[in-house]
Structures are given as structure tokens and as C-alpha cells.
Design a protein. Structure first.
Length: 295
């Protein structure tokens, strides 16, 4: 397995493409937007330059990594002849199902079809393709080139052979794969998102401010980043989407997103990606707390 296609050139997609390319795989990076591809490739180049400056990769490795990536705006062309497709599009179930229906048409019947979804059912995605035993979840963590974990999610029909292939492949990327079963939020987000949501509730209820909540969790619980800053880093829209999937999947009110989170997403305050969330990331500022009343 040497030829990989990655669908989506955003934060996760370009990180996945970077990681495979750095490990010697030929990667086809696909996005319908030429601008998104340009931004994705620029991000990969910047990250590699940073790694060269830190001495973690050589300049020759940087050049080889860039050379291993080919870009496409046409899905059919991009997935032609590959051994593995990893979908890393927006966390939207309708979009993902549409992509997998197209993959079912464009790919060979033995091509492994993976999704980087952080919460959507692998079984549901697999149901729209022939041979659903080849559909599996590969949930990478952000930033992909640095974070070691890959959550490997088995759908109801995912075969043992495909699971073992993807586990072994993840190890070849110098990652640590962990196999989990297909339930809303899997393991990572089933535990993480309620904590983030409760942190937002704590702010919403006026128990403490942004700095205080994050400081308690960093210094008291040894978290490298406070939950509100982490929510900004993930994207508040992504947090909301994952909570909605879990709330709908479990029918349990404990997963209901906090009204403050809902309002911030409606207002376009999505965190780092929009320049403002619980912190202000405007030009020249370093994660300053937004000076306004959240409650």
C-alpha cells in the first residue's frame, strides 16, 4: 500500500497528507477548491520549514515530502488507482455520505475507504457503499504531524483484515493506533466533548471566568491546554457538531450543547479559525481573553 488519496485540504486533510508524504507514500490531495489546495500546500510547506529549522527533518526530507504530494480538484481523477482513500472533509453527515457514494462509483471494489470523522457513525457511512467491510474510521488528532494517536474505529461490518491493515499502516506512520468500536463520539470525543461543554456551562453560569477555568484545569489537572482554549483550537463549530451527533445518538440530555456555545457559533465566533472565540486571536495578539461578558 503506497498510493494514498486524501479528500479535503483543510487543517486535518493537509496534516494527514503531510504525514503520509513524509513517511514515503505517494499522496493525492483532493479538494474541490483550488484556493483550499493552495492554502493546504502552503501550510504543509510552512510546517516542514519549521521542522527543518528545529532539526527534526533535513532539507532533503522536506523536498521529498513536498514531491510526494500531487494535488487534484477532480475527485474521480484523484482517487483513480489508489490503495486507500482517507476522507477528511467537513464534519457534516450529508457531505460525507455524498462523498462515499461517489467513492463507491469511482474506486475499485478492494480499495479501503477510511474517514477521519470525529463522531459520525462508521456503520452509517459504510451502508452507502458496496462491500462495507472495507470502510473504517481513522481519526487523527490535530496537529496530525505531531500527535501520536490514531483512533481506529470499526464499523459494524468492518472486516478484521481491513482493521489489521490500517492498524499496521498507522504504525508505519510512527503513530500509535488504538482500536475502538462504533458508537457516537467513539472514545476521544465521548470523553472530551462533555468536559469542554461543562467548562462552557461553568462560564455561562458565572462560576468563573475564561482565565480561571483554563488555569484550574492546566495547573490542577495537568492539562497542557485549558478546555476553553482547546475548544477554540478545535473550532467551536466542530465542538457543536460533535455534541449534536452524541446528543442525537444517545438521546441523553447530558450531551446537549450549552446555549453559549450555540450562540457563539451562530455569531461566527468559532475560535482560532475565525480570529475570535473565548480568546482573541487578532493580528498581533497572543490568545488574549475576549473582553466581554459571556453569560
Amino acid at each position: 500500500m503506497k498510493n494514498i488519496a486524501v479528500i479535503g485540504a483543510g487543517t486535518m486533510g493537509n496534516g494527514i497528507a503531510h504525514t503520509f508524504a513524509q513517511s514515503g507514500f505517494t499522496v493525492k490531495l483532493i479538494d474541490v477548491s483550488e484556493k483550499s489546495i493552495e492554502r493546504g500546500m502552503a501550510t504543509i510547506a510552512q510546517n516542514l520549514e519549521r521542522m527543518v529549522s528545529k532539526g527534526t527533518v533535513s532539507d532533503e526530507e522536506r523536498k521529498k515530502t513536498i514531491g510526494n504530494i500531487i494535488t487534484y480538484t477532480d475527485l474521480k481523477d484523484g482517487v483513480s488507482g489508489v490503495d486507500l482513500v482517507i476522507e477528511a472533509a467537513t464534519e457534516n453527515v450529508d457531505l460525507k455520505l455524498s462523498i462515499f457514494r461517489q467513492l463507491n462509483e469511482f474506486c475499485n471494489s478492494d480499495t479501503i475507504l477510511a474517514t477521519n470523522t470525529s463522531s459520525i457513525s462508521i456503520t452509517q457511512i459504510g451502508a452507502v457503499v458496496d462491500h462495507p467491510e472495507r470502510v473504517i474510521g481513522m481519526h487523527f488528532m490535530n496537529p496530525v504531524p505531531i500527535m501520536k494517536l490514531v483512533e481506529i474505529i470499526r464499523g459494524y461490518n468492518t472486516s478484521n483484515e481491513v482493521t489489521q491493515t490500517i492498524m499496521t499502516l498507522s504504525e508505519k506512520l510512527s503513530k500509535v493506533p488504538v482500536e475502538v468500536n462504533d458508537y457516537p463520539g467513539f472514545v476521544a470525543n465521548r470523553i472530551l466533548m462533555p468536559m469542554i461543554n461543562e467548562s462552557i456551562e461553568t462560564l455561562y453560569n458565572g462560576v468563573a471566568g475564561v482565565y480561571e477555568i483554563d488555569t484550574v484545569m492546566k495547573l490542577g489537572m495537568a492539562h497542557p491546554m485549558g478546555p476553553l482554549q482547546l475548544a477554540d483550537f478545535i473550532g467551536l463549530d466542530v465542538c457543536l457538531a460533535i455534541l449534536n451527533v452524541m446528543h442525537d445518538g444517545f438521546k441523553n440530555p447530558k450531551y446537549a450543547p450549552c446555549p453559549l456555545l450555540v450562540n457563539m457559533v451562530r455569531a461566527g465566533k468559532l475560535g482560532i479559525k475565525s480570529g475570535e472565540g473565548f480568546y482573541d486571536y487578532s493580528a498581533g495578539k497572543k490568545a488574549e481573553i475576549v473582553a466581554r461578558q459571556f453569560a
